[in-house]
Design a protein around this ligand. Structure first.
Ligand SMILES: [Zn+2]
Ligand SMILES: [Zn+2]
Length: 435
C-alpha cells in the first residue's frame, strides 16, 4: 500500500472504546487531510458522503484501516456497531432505526444527536476522542465525572459530528463544532439530576456487554428482549396522550423523581437531550421495578388499555406482551355524556381544571370516556406560564432565552434554572462563598 512507509506518528492508534469515526478523523488530521480527503486513500474509489461510519463502515474499510494502522481487525470492528450485533439489535440493514442507537448528524432529513460526549473526559484526554459508550441512548451521564453528557453544540445546538470539522483555528478540530467552531470542552458541566443514574447506567452497559438481564417475575431475559422493553416504557413516558399522566403518577409515587412538567413533549423521543432522557429513564427504571407489578399498577391508574400498549407491536417481547394482555385487557367501563358533565362540574366547583388526569382521578374509570376533556396541560398564551414570572425581563431577552432553550432541547424553565445555577456557582467560586 502506498501509505505503508508513513512514519508511525501519522497513524495515531485506536484509543480504548474509541469510535471508528473519531479515529478516522484523527488519522486524517495527523496527515494534514480532512476525513473526506483521507477516506478514498484508505478505501480506494470510496467517497465519504455518510455521516455515521460507526454504523455504516463496510468490511473493506475496517480491514484497510486495521492494516494501515497496524491494529487487529477485530479491534477495529469493535469500534463500530458490529460490537452490539446480537446484543442490542439482531441484524442491521443500515436503514431502519436502531433502538437506543440514533444516527449521528441527520436522520430522515432532521438533525439526529447520536454522538454524545463528556466535556470533562475531553479535557482530560491528551488526544481527545469520542467513545462508543457515548453512542448509547440510554447512557446520559459520565461515570467518571458524574456529569451529564452533551449531545449538541453548547453554542449553536447542532449535533456532534466527528467526521465534520470546523475550519482550522489552531485548536484540536475534532472537538470543535463543525458549524460554529465552539470547543466542546467548554460546554457547561452539569451534575446528574438523578444521583442513582451513574450506577443504573453502569448496570445497563453491563447488560449490553453480557447480553442478558433479570426482569422481575420473568427472570433472565436476553438483552435483545430487555432493551426493547426499556424502550417501550421510556417511549410511553416520553410521548403520547398518556405520557403526562403516567409521569405524574410516577412522580407522586416517588418524590425523588423529577417533576413531569419540566420535560418537553416531542414525538421523536430519541431527539431528547441527555437531561430529559435521564429524567425519563429514572421514571422508566421505577416502572420496571418488580416487573410487571409497578408497571401494571401505573397503567391501570391512568387507564391505559392493552390495545394501546401492544398496537403496532407485533414483535413485542413476551415479557412485555404477556403481562399487558393478562392484566390490562379488562373491558372499559364507559361513561355517558351526563356523567362526564357532572364530574366536570364537580371539578370546576372545586376550582380544579377538568383535565383528563383529574377526570380519571375523580371518576376512577379508564380513559377513552372523556372525549371532551381539556388537554392534559392547559395551553396558556406565551409569556404567562409559571416560569415567566420573571418581572422586569424584557420581551427581547425572553425571546432570545426561548430560542436558546430550544437549541439546547429544553423548555425555558429548566434552561433558565441551569443558567442561574452556573452563574451562582461562578460567583461562589469567585468570592469563596461556601455552598
Ligand atoms: Zn467524563
Ligand atoms: Zn456550534
Amino acid at each position: 500500500m502506498v501509505f505503508s512507509e508513513s512514519p508511525v506518528s501519522l497513524r495515531p492508534s485506536l484509543q480504548p472504546d474509541e469510535t471508528l469515526g473519531s479515529w478516522l478523523t484523527r488519522i486524517a488530521l495527523a496527515n494534514g487531510l480532512s476525513p473526506s480527503e483521507f477516506y478514498p486513500i484508505v478505501l480506494p474509489g470510496g467517497r465519504l458522503y455518510r455521516t455515521d461510519l460507526d454504523r455504516l463502515a463496510c468490511d473493506d474499510l475496517v480491514r484497510n484501516l486495521a492494516a494501515y494502522a497496524g491494529a487487529e481487525e477485530a479491534e477495529v470492528a469493535a469500534a463500530t456497531f458490529r460490537r452490539w450485533a446480537g446484543l442490542l439489535f439482531e441484524a442491521d440493514d443500515g436503514r431502519r432505526k436502531l433502538t437506543w442507537l440514533p444516527w449521528v448528524g441527520t436522520a430522515g432529513g432532521r438533525t439526529s444527536f447520536g454522538q454524545q460526549a463528556c466535556p470533562l473526559c475531553l479535557v482530560e484526554d491528551s488526544h481527545p476522542y469520542f467513545r462508543m459508550t457515548w453512542r448509547l441512548g440510554f447512557v446520559t451521564a459520565c461515570p467518571r465525572h458524574g456529569i451529564l453528557l452533551i449531545d449538541r453544540c453548547p453554542a449553536c445546538g447542532e449535533p456532534l459530528q466527528p467526521l465534520f470539522l470546523p475550519p482550522p483555528n489552531g485548536r484540536d478540530r475534532l472537538i470543535g463544532c463543525w458549524k460554529c467552531g465552539a470547543d466542546y470542552r467548554r460546554a457547561p458541566k452539569v451534575s446528574v439530576l438523578d444521583p442513582g443514574a451513574v450506577e443504573r447506567e453502569g448496570g445497563w452497559r453491563k447488560i449490553a456487554r453480557e447480553g442478558w438481564a433479570m426482569l422481575g417475575d420473568y427472570g433472565p431475559q436476553y438483552s435483545l428482549a430487555w432493551f426493547p422493553i426499556l424502550w417501550r416504557v421510556y417511549r410511553l413516558l416520553a410521548t403520547g396522550r398518556f405520557a403526562f399522566p403516567l409521569r405524574t403518577g410516577v412522580a407522586d409515587r416517588n418524590r425523588a423523581m423529577p417533576r413531569p412538567e419540566n420535560l418537553p413533549m416531542v414525538k421523536e423521543v430519541e431527539r431528547l437531550n441527555p437531561r430529559c432522557r435521564q429524567a425519563l429513564l429514572s421514571m422508566a427504571d421505577e416502572l420496571l421495578r418488580d416487573w410487571p407489578r409497578v408497571f401494571v399498577e401505573a397503567c391501570r391508574e391512568v387507564g391505559i388499555a392493552s390495545r394501546i400498549l401492544i398496537k403496532d407491536h407485533a414483535d413485542a417481547p413476551f415479557a412485555y406482551r404477556d403481562p399487558v394482555v393478562r392484566h390490562l385487557s379488562q373491558p372499559m367501563r364507559t361513561m355517558g355524556a351526563d356523567e362526564t358533565k357532572a364530574v366536570t362540574r364537580l371539578l370546576e366547583g372545586e376550582g380544579r381544571i377538568p383535565t383528563l388526569k383529574n377526570l380519571l382521578a375523580v371518576s376512577g374509570v379508564k380513559a377513552g370516556a372523556f372525549a371532551d376533556a381539556a388537554p392534559a396541560r392547559p395551553v396558556r398564551p406565551y409569556g404567562t406560564h409559571r416560569y415567566w414570572k420573571l418581572d422586569g425581563v424584557s420581551a427581547e431577552v425572553r425571546a432570545a432565552a426561548k430560542a436558546a432553550a430550544h437549541r439546547a432541547g429544553e423548555k425555558v424553565g429548566p434552561w433558565v434554572e441551569q443558567v442561574l445555577r452556573q452563574k451562582l456557582a461562578r460567583e461562589r467560586r469567585a468570592h469563596h462563598i461556601p455552598k
